[in-house]
Write a protein that binds this ligand. Sequence first.
Ligand code: URA
Length: 237
Amino acid sequence: MGKKIRINKAISDCGFCSRRKAEELISQKRVTLNGNTVNSLATLVDLDNDIVEVDGETLKLKSKIYILLNKPSGYVSTTSDEKNRKTVLDLIKVKQRIYPVGRLDYDSTGVILLTNDGDFANLLLHPKNKIPRVYKVRLDKSADLDTLKQLERGITLNNKKSKFEKIYPVSRSDKINFYVECIEGRNHFVKNMFQKIGFRVLKLHRESFAIFKDDIPIGAYRYITENEVRKVKSLYV
Ligand code: URA
């Protein structure tokens, strides 16, 4: 048996219409469940096994799926690539169509989420939600912390005032490896910030994104639990 949810939610989750509109359709007796007219708004449906029709049109119900991948280097984080490079989807064996939430560069590693839940992806990517990201970077040459602190105070990048929330060395005497905390999701943001002040990022690993940490080996993935999804929604909405 698959997961059961309210029928109006199932109808809206599969993209047919809003939940309210689905309730109207049910009240107008235009919705059937396994061939029988639905009479109650409280009806539950099994996303994997039930057949729901509206005006005789069969809906393709879908269960929500959430995955955390610890991305290895050498994979693009798009669903297809014009240069035919491997994509993060090649690492994940699921039937549903999912897509990455935001981007990590081809050579970057670390936490990337994948889902088929557009609302969840939007919540995590919308700048107003200020979702924290923590990166570990390796620079091409020694850097004084004083020099790097200007990135905390803020610089202009592509005509926009841009900053890291925090930057600090991985260990006290380390001048090459740093942790960077930021709430920016622009593509190549971390590399571009360093480049603007004369440094190249040789390695970039995302240690965490929102509440999710790189708690699995590189190249492995795990399912995100319903509790974690709920927690993200309660923290950031
Ligand atoms: N910033 C970058 O420059 N690259 C990444 O992959 C992620 C953040």
